[in-house]
Design a binder for this molecule. Sequence first.
Ligand SMILES: [Zn+2]
Length: 252
Amino acid sequence: MAGPVKTEAIVLRSIRYGEADRILHLFTPGRGRVGAIAKGVRRARSRFGGRLEPFGRVDLVLHEGRSDLLTVTGAQSLEAHRRLREDAAALDAAARACDAVARLFDTPDPNPAVYNLLCHELALLDRGAGPDAVTPSAATHANQLAFRLKLLVAGGLAPHLAACASCGDADHLTGFSGAAGGVVCASCEAGAFPLDEAAHAFLTAALGRTLADAPSASPRALQQAERAIVDTVEHHAHVHLRPATAGLGSRA
Ligand SMILES: [Zn+2]
């Protein structure tokens, strides 16, 4: 199907191409992950200006030709997230969040829930970034894990947390098994790794609350929670996620 396509998108990545072009990895609500080329965007007088920077939310007109890559023919900025770009921690968190979306949702399937979640996460990071931040920084390990957990839910991979994923027992939940699909009890924990009560409580609270209200936990609990997320993704989506923070466990 050739012709113009109008869509909102988040720029996940932007890669230099040729003399003056960029290849954009986009995430859209209605077409999932899309690749597009922005021609001449690196020229000083480009008609796109700075509107196609990574982590921005944009309204695009794309031309769909015979190539796998669509061509950007129009771009309007909806949220530039400028504060985020001037704050190293927020920028790093935004890159990791976009990378997680790109790896977990690497298809042209529509997924407006994932799109909305990513918009929300980038807005939170932007509001808490830089010298004129309006909220506390969202570039924390806890926030990044809460975001990934919500991605799992949107992808149909939510881990079982209320009872043993193997036998249904609601007591003595002491381990986590990606293969079993969630927390497991002491009798079923062969092949599982230990999950402390604090890590279990973090996972449950993070799923029950909004991203802006993500719970905090000790570095140890967060490390276990991250392992649970990584194990779930590897078993059920066969995807390996990058660590949620640069200094793993150093920022609570
Ligand atoms: Zn069990």
